[in-house]
Write a protein that binds this ligand. Structure first.
Ligand SMILES: [Zn+2]
Ligand SMILES: [Zn+2]
Length: 330
């Protein structure tokens, strides 16, 4: 456990002089940062001293001096701002996508498709599987909001340059088919336009609100019925399963138990008294550290800005609190 190994962090001084173990430890810290250039540039080290609080970048020597003079910020046993403990891409195991597909889903056709894609390398000798390539393309499309035709263009270009290509897809449509097995489903549930009730379960067939009598549908000029209010529900069970199906997340799901608590600091919900209160109230739930503790929050916004006054959107977001502060996933 990092906390025990790194007890030197808060043993900076011995009497009037600096602890040689601390000096050695700071060297280890600088070494860590230089060994992990993907998280920061060796000439721009994020300084975790009490003054810079990981908000400023300096060259390694300046950071050393800051740490000698002022010491580390409290409770900094895991060097998160320097990239430690992150589920970063370089640490990803080659079979992670495969595990995700395997463990999370039943044997549907889509799953079979994605499973197959997770097993076949992009080309002979490639470390990337067909599925990983497709997942990365999809993620880039979302990140930069690329139009379909742009993705089609790049996919077909890639497909041309890949040696002995047999697997690379050359349209976004094909990419989507491969990734479909990973998709987490959602349900649309109609709601009363005034928000009284959901047309769900026993009420699924009603045409008007049981509480206020408002119509469920409006009729378009062409005569088709359009629901006036729709709730998008993202079922929670497969999402929780996914947390446990991904190795690096799975390991951190019990982090709250090993949280290196430091008196007087509040870095994670598990430092809070209400967490302990829950432990007392529900000892059976608390006795299994893999049980997921969820925080719920919601806020409304107008998706079309102030000119679309009649539209509003209220996402209700659940956050698992088991994970370390560096891995917040909604
Ligand atoms: Zn500093
Ligand atoms: Zn109503």
């Amino acid at each position: 456990m990092k906390r025990r190994e790194r007890s030197w962090i808060y043993e900076r001084m011995i009497g009037q002089s600096i602890n040689p173990e601390f000096v050695e430890g700071v060297d280890e810290f600088i070494q860590y940062v230089t060994d992990h250039p993907e998280s920061s540039n060796p000439n721009e080290v994020r300084c975790p001293c009490v003054k810079c609080k990981n908000k400023r970048l300096w060259d390694a020597d300046t950071v050393k001096i800051h740490l000698y003079r002022k010491g580390f910020i409290p409770n900094y046993y895991v060097w998160m701002c320097q990239g430690e403990g992150y589920p970063g891409i370089p640490e990803r195991r080659p079979n992670e996508y495969r595990d995700m597909v395997f463990n999370t889903f039943g044997h549907s056709e889509d799953q079979g498709h994605s499973d197959q894609a997770s097993k076949s390398p992009l080309y002979e000798g490639s470390s990337l599987s067909v599925l990983e390539m497709a997942a990365r393309i999809t993620s880039l499309k979302c990140e930069y909001n690329l139009p379909h035709r742009c993705v089609d263009g790049f996919a077909s270009l890639l497909s041309e340059v890949i040696p002995n290509n047999s697997h690379m897809t050359d349209t976004f449509y094909e990419v989507k088919k491969i990734v479909k097995g990973l998709e987490l489903s959602h349900q649309k549930i109609h709601a009363c336009p005034k928000g009284c009730m959901l047309f769900w379960k026993v009420d699924a067939q009603l045409f008007a609100c049981r509480v206020c009598g408002s119509d469920r549908y409006k009729q378009t000029s062409k005569g088709s019925l359009v629901p006036l209010n729709v709730l998008f529900y993202f079922p929670i069970t497969p999402r929780l399963q996914r947390l446990f199906a991904t190795k690096n997340i799975l390991e951190e799901m019990t982090w709250h138990l090993k949280n290196p608590r430091v008196q007087g600091t509040m870095a994670h919900p598990s430092d809070n008294v209400s967490w302990k209160h829950l432990d007392c109230r529900f000892p059976e739930f608390a006795s299994e550290p893999r049980n997921v503790r969820l925080g719920l929050c919601t806020d409304g916004f107008a998706p079309h800005g102030k000119f679309g006054g009649q539209y509003s959107c209220w996402p209700v977001i659940l956050t698992p609190y088991n994970l370390p502060p560096s891995m917040c996933i909604d």
